[in-house]
Design a protein around this ligand. Structure first.
Ligand code: NAP
Ligand code: 12T
Length: 338
């Protein structure tokens, strides 16, 4: 089997760490793994397949001989370095929002639009975490009946923001539990421990957040339907891993809740957990560390003719980031595009 030289840009971050784990767990055919981060981390030793790998400082000439570069160090780094990786002959799979809406850049969720991978100019974008888990679940329903409108509220874990945010939630929580009533907020504008913030990424001119508009625009691009009405409210909650979403959809044709359950049970990448009588529904703690998009609380919306309500939960660092990126690379290999 052919093996590939893989680089992880942002290897010491929350997503980068998960990338290493996913590559190893899925037995991705790695010939050589290059771990890149800032000067702060250069020289650190990390393990891959029980071997030590030294973290190197990211530079323009880091990509010689690299076949696949998995970028996860923020949009500014992607904008500055992705072109150098492409020039060196690598295919870039980018986790930031830098290129997602570019016309020449495919935005891919393998369960939804795998055929889009081919049309790239060196860069393929990994969608936003909240978008990925929603489209994995909505696509099989869409295939049964076009979805006219989506209304979604998210409950997003702090790990979506990165390592500093995980640290901040833990530190603040310890302080509150030890009786301090004033805690310092650095990463977020307000205390996140024991709180809920209706604010993810920056605010835009229309008063929505960038995260909310990513869900609108990326969903339309991935589903290949620019006409779907989408309204999102993205909320940060004090949990470590996994995003949850309450999703309401309006379809053109009626889909009963029984039919929806049957469709979703047979769809790729999805597990249905929906037995209210046993209190069985997906939760963030259950989904953390797992690969599937979990869906439960499937109900017909009794306020409209053709509506459904769903509760969708998935690990934001895995399917929401690292796993989806590695699956994109696997599609490239399967299709002999790499
Ligand atoms: P993180 O935990 O803060 O890690 C950031 C990583 O970037 C670290 O490895 C850091 O290295 C590296 N980095 C920072 N500045 C750098 C520089 N100047 N040069 C080289 N490396 C640098 O963040 P994260 O949660 O892993 O997220 C990173 C990226 O993934 C962001 O673009 C975020 O938008 C994206 N992301 C995407 C999704 C998704 O929805 N698909 C989900 C979460 C995050 P040091 O350790 O040396 O500082
Ligand atoms: N600000 O990939 O803070 O565009 O949870 C993902 C997660 C941006 C992204 C977050 C973010 C992205 C967050």
């Amino acid at each position: 089997m052919k093996e590939y030289n893989v680089a992880i840009v942002g290897a010491t971050g929350a997503v980068g760490e998960e990338m290493r784990r996913v590559l190893e767990q899925r037995k991705f055919p790695v010939k050589k793994l290059k771990l890149l981060a800032s000067a702060r981390s250069a020289g650190r030793r990390l393990t891959f397949k029980r071997m030590g790998v030294t973290v190197e400082e990211l530079a323009e000439d880091s990509f010689k001989g690299i076949d696949i570069a998995l970028f996860s160090a923020g949009g500014a780094i992607s904008k500055k370095f992705a072109s150098h990786a492409v020039k060196a002959g690598a295919i870039v799979i980018d986790n930031s929002s830098a290129f997602r809406m570019d016309k020449e850049v495919p935005l891919v969720v393998p369960e939804v639009n795998p055929d889009d991978v081919g049309a790239h100019n060196g860069i393929i974008a990994n969608p936003n975490c909240s978008t990925i888990q929603m489209v994995v679940v909505l696509k099989p329903l869409y295939n049964r009946s076009r979805i006219k409108r989506i209304v979604v509220s998210t409950y997003q874990a702090v790990s979506g923001t990165g390592k500093n945010a995980i640290e901040e939630l833990l530190t603040q929580s310890k302080k509150v539990l030890s009786g301090e009533n004033k805690v310092k907020a650095d990463v977020y504008p307000h205390q996140i421990a024991f709180n809920v913030l209706p604010h993810i990424d920056i605010f835009l001119k229309n008063d929505y957040t960038k995260e909310e508009m990513k869900m609108v625009n990326e969903t339309r691009k991935i589903m290949g339907d620019s006409e779907i009405g989408i309204s999102a409210t993205c909320v940060r909650v004090p949990i470590l891993i996994s995003h949850a979403e309450a999703v309401n959809i309006e379809t053109e044709k009626k889909i009963t809740s029984a039919e929806a359950k049957k469709i979703l049970k047979n769809a790729p990448g999805i597990e249905v957990i929906d037995e209210p009588e046993k209190y069985a529904y997906p939760t963030p703690i259950f989904a953390a560390g797992k690969d599937a998009c979990y869906v439960g609380r499937i109900r017909e919306d009794e306020s409209i003719k053709n509506g459904l309500n769903l509760w969708i939960v998935s690990d934001n660092l895995r399917k929401g980031a690292a796993l989806n990126a590695v699956q994109i690379a696997e599609v490239l290999i399967e299709r002999k595009l790499l």
